[in-house]
Design a protein around this ligand. Structure first.
Ligand code: ADP
Length: 433
């Protein structure tokens, strides 16, 4: 290489950066070969070129120049024409025959009297320029610096090309790895989906098949209580009662699990559903319970339309309102408020209560299967209701969430898409409180 690298080659990050950003590090110097048999001329040339700040290498004959060219490349060769043994022309023609120096710029140094003749011959031997003695320092420096600059540019291009190659290889390698990781991920997702489907099928059949023997157990225990009451000891009656209530709880649990399974397995066609109608339908079912508890339920109409699966919306509403009634505070009657707000194409259905509230550290858990808070111990339930709410909302392209203040109440929300036919008011609203 005609440039001496004083720091490690292009692999260092700084150099990579320099090459990439279009500048060469200043420590990269060009090698210039001066060939002349007369030491005083060499000295004079060296003194003139020293100002360029490059590496100057000296050869006292054509042969020595050829030897030096075997060991290194040069950015420029300044070649004296008249030398004993092997003159400048002969040396130039041998330089040109070598592969690594066939394009190295050569400037002939010739005396004034010989110049015409020498110039013609020099050009025919591949010289790129000539300079006539006595040398004018500015001209020599100007000519040499053009070749030094040219050489630096060439080197820069080479370094940039090498950097591009490295970048390309790195990118190809990264793409290959991403492809590989993606394949791995797809395989894992497939495996998990398979396992999930198996589990769901298992869950469904277990829940389904367990209900029949459970019903038998429960009805036999009831039969004992009804038909054999006079022959049962108080302890036998107590045991029978316990069987009936445990069977009742287990039946509720299995029913909830079946509902949850169905939500995962069954097709869920979506259509515009009227929330006002869903709430009205629910009210007819739970009105007796509301009365019995002395609770109030207010609905801020119109609630509007959502793109949803109506029976699943019913199920969600039933669970949220049912919880609002179940988890009422002991010192005040339950008040439940249902209303909607609208944000970015989604309708948010709120179910707010003034009940016992939920501790902040439980808020992120309660939508999981079988998650029940310690203060729900005395309230009947299976811990599946909110998991059904979440699964149902997600299957309809929605989301769920909750805000709560311990001791004051909670408000659950369900986001569901607004059907295209009902996008009349897009104004974003803050939920009222
Ligand atoms: P379940 O009602 O059968 O216990 P859920 O999945 O519906 O199960 O609810 C999980 C838990 O979240 C409940 O056990 C209760 O601790 C808490 N929770 C749910 N809704 C409310 C509510 N409105 N107020 C206070 N706690 C609630």
């Amino acid at each position: 290489m005609p440039i001496a690298l004083e720091s490690p080659p292009v692999t260092s990050p700084e150099q990579s950066h320099s090459a990439g950003s279009g500048t060469l590090p200043p420590e990269l110097k060009a090698d210039i070969l001066l060939v002349d048999d007369r030491p005083e001329k060499l000295l004079a040339l060296e003194a003139v070129l020293a100002e360029l700040g490059q590496n100057i290498v000296i050869a006292h004959s054509g042969k020595e120049a050829l030897r030096k060219l075997l060991k290194q490349d040069f950015a420029l060769i300044l070649l004296d024409v008249s030398m004993p043994e092997m003159d400048g022309f002969e040396t130039a023609s041998l330089i040109r025959q070598r592969l690594n120096s066939e394009h190295t710029p050569i400037i002939f140094v010739t005396s004034f009297g010989d110049s015409d003749n020498h110039i013609t011959r020099g050009y025919s031997l591949g010289a790129v320029d000539y300079i006539v003695t006595p040398i004018i320092p500015e001209i020599l420096r100007a000519k040499a610096s053009v070749f030094v600059e040219l050489h630096r540019k060439n080197l820069l291009v080479k370094m940039q090309a090498a950097q591009l190659q490295r970048d390309l290889r790195a990118r190809q390698e990264a793409e290959r790895r991403i492809l590989h990781l993606n394949q791995e991920l797809a395989e894992r997702v497939q495996a998990l989906t398979d396992v999930n489907q198996e589990l769901e099928a298992f869950n469904y059949s277990i829940s389904h098949d367990l209900r029949a023997p459970l019903r038998a157990m429960s009805s036999f225990a009831s039969a004992l209580l009804n038909e054999e009451a006079d022959r049962l000891s108080p302890q036998g009656a107590d045991y029978s009662h316990r069987i009936v209530s445990a069977a009742k709880y287990m039946d509720a649990l299995l029913r909830d699990l079946l509902d949850y399974s169905r939500l995962t397995r069954e097709a869920m066609p979506l259509a515009a559903a009227d929330l006002d109608k869903s709430v009205q339908d629910l009210l007819t079912v739970i009105d007796p319970e509301i009365r019995e508890r002395g609770a109030t339920l207010s609905v801020e109409k119109p609630l509007g339309l959502v793109l949803a699966h109506e029976p699943t919306v019913q199920q969600i509403l039933g669970n949220l309102v049912g919880n609002g009634l179940k988890f009422a505070a002991t010192d005040r009657p339950a008040k439940i408020r249902i209303y909607t707000t609208e944000t970015a194409g989604m309708r948010r259905l709120w179910v707010e209560d003034n009940g016992i509230g939920i501790r902040p550290d439980y808020l992120h858990k309660i939508f999981g299967l079988f998650e029940r808070l310690p203060d729900a111990r005395n309230v009947p339930g299976t811990g599946v209701g909110l998991a059904i709410v979440r699964k149902g909302a997600e299957r309809m392209g929605g989301r769920v969430g909750v805000e709560s203040q311990c001791g004051q109440g909670s408000r659950f929300w369900v986001d569901l898409p607004i059907p295209a036919s009902d996008k009349s008011s897009h104004a974003e609203q803050d939920p009222p409180r």
